[in-house]
Design a binder for this molecule. Structure first.
Ligand code: AHM
Ligand code: MG
Length: 333
């Protein structure tokens, strides 16, 4: 019989005893919350979960009902377990400290509760992204500063994609494992281990409608790809853009490719659209764990020292040789 997520985690704990039982419990609870979100997503209009919540988050984005539902599910599921000190979410202005009525633990959980919000109402894949850090040892009372750790300090990261299948993808620093939700059993079943991203690719993902706002290196790179077999790359490229990072990254982990959400001139003061702590860091670690590469065009994303919780970043990740090429083009500019 295929292993469940619980068994996978127990075996990881035995083999590498630096997954303490609290971290295992945390990951199981996050998976359970994702199951609940998956059920809500599945119900769609029948569950009254579609449409706008008529509110805005800290980044000035209009929230959808499901953004708020998913956020609440993750908080409720995780606040009482005793393994967390605090949580941070793309949908909340500031950190959520575990209330005093519950025991407190050593971990910090960060999440984008519902990634790909623009796809909710149109029945296209969406997901949840999460990242786990350890509270710094010197810290007594947990504060926002405790969260400002570079991505290489993560102790677990993953996402759950709500698509034709509900799929949980996880790393605890020992490769990437994929679990598929078996709805009859009600559990996540291990369906792939040691995921590897092909080093070369003929597929890129970028929102082409922003082309006129790009910086030179990005424009040059995409122009090379578009030139196809007759151009400098000597091969034809295909393009995909789902507008749900979870779904785009899932394709990269499955068959390779390169994903870019670069800085552009629309909002020149911001480094990019995507968020470092909730999106770029967990995805970059998964990509690296699968043999890929992730940079902001110049430096490794996992080495960026965050200065703000909701910090944004330019993102280029996926197949190693392709990301190396984009990064070299930026460095040479
Ligand atoms: P969200 O977290 O508010 O859904 O925003 C992030 C999403 C990513 O999943 C996706 O890659 C990107 O925004 C799509 O942006 P755009 O609509 O500009 O193409
Ligand atoms: Mg998002």
């Amino acid at each position: 019989m295929a292993a469940s997520l619980s068994r996978y985690l127990v075996e990881q704990q035995r083999a590498r005893n630096h997954i303490p039982p609290e971290l295992r419990l945390l990951l199981e609870v996050v998976a359970r919350a994702c199951k609940r979100i998956s059920h809500a997503v599945n119900k769609g209009a029948l569950g009254g979960v579609l449409g706008s919540a008529h509110s805005e988050n800290v980044q000035g984005e209009v929230q959808k009902k499901l953004d708020i539902i998913a956020n609440e599910v993750l908080i409720e599921a995780n606040e009482w377990g005793g393994y967390l000190a605090a949580m941070a979410s793309e949908e909340m202005d500031s950190i959520y400290v575990v209330p005093n009525r519950y025991p407190k633990g050593e971990y910090l959980l960060l999440f984008d509760p519902l990634d790909g919000s623009s796809n909710i109402d149109v029945n296209v894949s969406i997901g949840t992204i999460f990242s786990v850090l350890k509270k710094p040892e010197h810290s007594q009372k947990v504060s926002e500063a405790d969260f400002l750790q570079p991505g290489h300090a993560q102790v677990a990261a993953g996402y759950c994609v709500y698509g034709p299948q509900t799929t949980l993808v996880l790393t605890v620093g020992d490769g990437v494992a994929i679990f598929t939700l078996d709805r009859e059993q009600g559990s996540f079943v291990l369906t792939q281990e040691n995921v590897r991203i092909p080093e070369d690719t003929r597929e890129f993902a970028i929102n082409m409608s922003n082309m006129r706002h790009w910086d030179k290196p990005v424009a040059n790179y995409i122009a090379e790809c578009l030139a196809g077999r007759e151009g400098p790359r000597g091969k034809d490229f295909n393009m995909r853009w789902i507008a749900s990072m979870v779904a785009d990254v899932h394709r990269l982990l499955t068959r390779g490719g390169v994903f870019l959400y670069p800085w552009d001139k629309r909002e020149p003061e911001k480094p990019g659209k995507l968020r470092l702590m909730y999106e770029a860091n967990p995805m970059s670690w998964l990509i690296e764990q699968a043999g890929g590469m992730a940079t902001d065009g110049r430096e490794r994303i996992l080495d960026i020292q965050p200065t703000q919780l909701h910090q944004r970043v330019s993102v280029c990740l996926g197949s190693k040789n392709e990301v190396a090429r984009v990064t070299a083009m930026h460095q040479a500019a």
